[in-house]
Design a protein around this ligand. Structure first.
Ligand SMILES: [Zn+2]
Length: 113
C-alpha cells in the first residue's frame, strides 16, 4: 500500500516539529511562524535546503531554507522547489501558518484512500 508521505518526509517533519493534519484527504502541514522586520511571516522549511547533491540528497552542511508567506496566518500553497518535492516525493499539501505547534509524535502513517 502506498503512503502519501515518505518515511524521509515524516522524519523531516518530525525533526522540525511540524504536525500534519488531514481533512477530506487534504493535507496541511502546520508550521510555527515568526515575523520578520517587514512584518511578514516566515518559517524554516522542513524540506527545502540550501544545497543538494546531484541525486537531490541534501549536503551535510546545507541549511534549511526560509519561506516568507505574507501578513496573515493560515494555509498557503508551498514555495518548495521542484528538487525538494522530488526528493521527498511529496503529495499535494499546503502549509498552515500557526503561532506554535504542539509536540509532534507520529504514531501512524498517512495512507492514500
Ligand atoms: Zn520548502
Amino acid at each position: 500500500m502506498d503512503e502519501d508521505f515518505s518515511q524521509k518526509a515524516l522524519v523531516a517533519l518530525h525533526r522540525m516539529n511540524c504536525p500534519i493534519t488531514i481533512d477530506d484527504n487534504f493535507y496541511t502541514i502546520n508550521v510555527a511562524v515568526k515575523k520578520n522586520i517587514n512584518n511578514l511571516y516566515y518559517f524554516q522549511c522542513p524540506f527545502c535546503v540550501t544545497k543538494r547533491k546531484r541525486n537531490n540528497e541534501p549536503y551535510v552542511n546545507s541549511k534549511p531554507v526560509i519561506h516568507i508567506h505574507g501578513e496573515e496566518l493560515g494555509t498557503r500553497f508551498p514555495h518548495c522547489d521542484e528538487r525538494t518535492l522530488e526528493y521527498y516525493d511529496l503529495p499535494y499539501f499546503e502549509f498552515n501558518l500557526v503561532d506554535k505547534t504542539s509536540f509532534v509524535e507520529y504514531k501512524h502513517t498517512f495512507k492514500k484512500s
